[in-house]
Design a protein around this ligand. Structure first.
Ligand SMILES: NC(=O)c1ccc[n+]([C@@H]2O[C@H](COP(=O)([O-])OP(=O)(O)OC[C@H]3O[C@@H](n4cnc5c(N)ncnc54)[C@H](O)[C@@H]3O)[C@@H](O)[C@H]2O)c1
Length: 260
């Protein structure tokens, strides 16, 4: 009954989660949600100082947390992330792929370097992390992977066309990897957030764009990072979400439901 029932469905006591991009705005909220649900959280991100700050925040909440630096553009670095994480925990039960970058440009001015950088972090890193952590999870007896897509997984947004292409591919990859792992104890799903002001999209959120976003969002507001936690806890829950794989949850105030 009550809290006991919720703990049985969604509690993460004894589970270890690695959050790639955990020092960022949305990754931070996801780390806090995992900690609140009882998981140990390993923050994985590019720079030491933001990782330290995140870990301090999670420890102050009473949770068990540590960090391992990673550059998600490199397979070797993701392999080292797994090895480093296994210094903190016997096994990794949950992986959240939340690193991401964005760039807004006119299509005809776009640079190959921007395309390559966005694809490397937003897409290739997700492939590599699913492979490296997925293999570990299969050998360890199971696990859960959540990839972060976007409304652009469904709709190509103007100016952020490389980002949109990367996020559409993340969703497609999520479904495919879910099929690969379905009988091997690893569930793979995605969350597709709508619009949440953060570091990576600060430069592309012009006033004109904000007006367009508000027009297209039935709930007429931006999302708050903590509003992603419910979706995450469902997808990583050992019992509550145990028959859910190869799908996604939109957390977007209705953006993808609206025509105009
Ligand atoms: N904010 C939004 O409105 C929104 C909407 C939809 C999807 N998303 C996605 O959510 C995720 C988190 O974005 P955010 O808005 O919190 O942005 P953010 O910039 O606050 O966080 C992104 C994090 O990724 C990390 N990162 C970047 N490159 C990396 C690399 N090479 N290796 C390791 N870490 C790296 C950054 O250091 C940062 O901590 C991204 O995948 C983003 O595309 C964000």
């Amino acid at each position: 009954m009550g809290a006991d029932y919720l703990t049985q469905l969604f509690g993460l006591e004894g589970q270890t989660a690695v959050v790639i991009g955990g020092a960022g705005v949305l990754g931070g909220a996801l780390c806090r949600g995992l900690i609140q649900a009882g998981a140990r959280v390993i923050v994985a991100d590019l720079l030491e100082e933001p990782c330290q700050k995140r870990v301090e925040e999670l420890q102050k909440m009473g949770g068990q947390s540590s960090y391992v630096l990673v550059n998600a553009t490199s397979r070797e670095s993701i392999e080292s992330l797994l090895a480093g994480s296994l210094q903190h925990s016997d096994r990794i039960d949950i992986l959240v792929n939340c690193a991401g970058v964005n760039a807004g440009d006119d299509f005809l001015d776009a640079k190959d370097e921007d395309w390559d950088r966005i694809m490397a972090i937003n897409l290739r890193a997700v492939f590599q992390a699913c492979q490296i952590f997925g293999r570990h999870m299969i050998e360890a007896g199971g696990g859960k992977i959540v990839n972060i897509g976007s409304v652009t997984s469904h709709l190509p947004l103007s100016r952020v066309w490389a980002y949109s292409a990367s996020k559409a591919a993340v969703l497609n990859l999520t479904r495919n990897v879910a099929q690969e792992f379905a009988t091997r104890g690893v569930r793979v799903n995605a969350i597709c957030p709508g619009f949440f002001p953060a570091e990576q999209n600060r430069k592309v959120l012009t006033q004109e764009r904000i007006d367009n976003i508000m027009r297209g969002t039935p709930m007429k507001r931006f999302g708050e990072p903590e509003e992603l936690i419910g979706a995450l806890l469902l997808l990583v829950s050992p019992v509550g979400g145990q028959f859910i794989t190869g799908t996604h949850i939109n957390v977007d105030g209705g953006f993808t439901a609206a025509w105009f």
